[in-house]
Design a protein around this ligand. Sequence first.
Ligand SMILES: [Zn+2]
Length: 125
Amino acid sequence: MSNLKLCQGTKCHTYHTQDRLKGSKDNKTYQTRRRSNFYYGQGNFCSIRCQDDWFNDFGDQAIDHFGRTTQAKHLTEQNAWYKSYDWNNRTDDRLYVYRNGITKEQRPLTEEQYNDNSYTINTGE
Ligand SMILES: [Zn+2]
């Protein structure tokens, strides 16, 4: 029981589902969901609904705490590279490429570079 996590949704216990209804015959209550793993909000919420409930209650506070974006961020030429691939129709192989979303320039990429999440030619944020 101690390895189970509780859903962090602020209203989770108010949703009338059979799996939330716990307790003995004359002492039943709807309870916050408890599972070994959740799939939403980095494992903190049992459903999108619970994640939304939390955000509606605390989202503004969280954003203010960690820093509200007050100016538009810019993705420049230097940072607009993204990994992609085309199909070689003749051999049915993938042709890995780096494409620049602004200049539309294209550069070859190896499969290893494509699969390496830390490999980038972008500079800066
Ligand atoms: Zn929940």
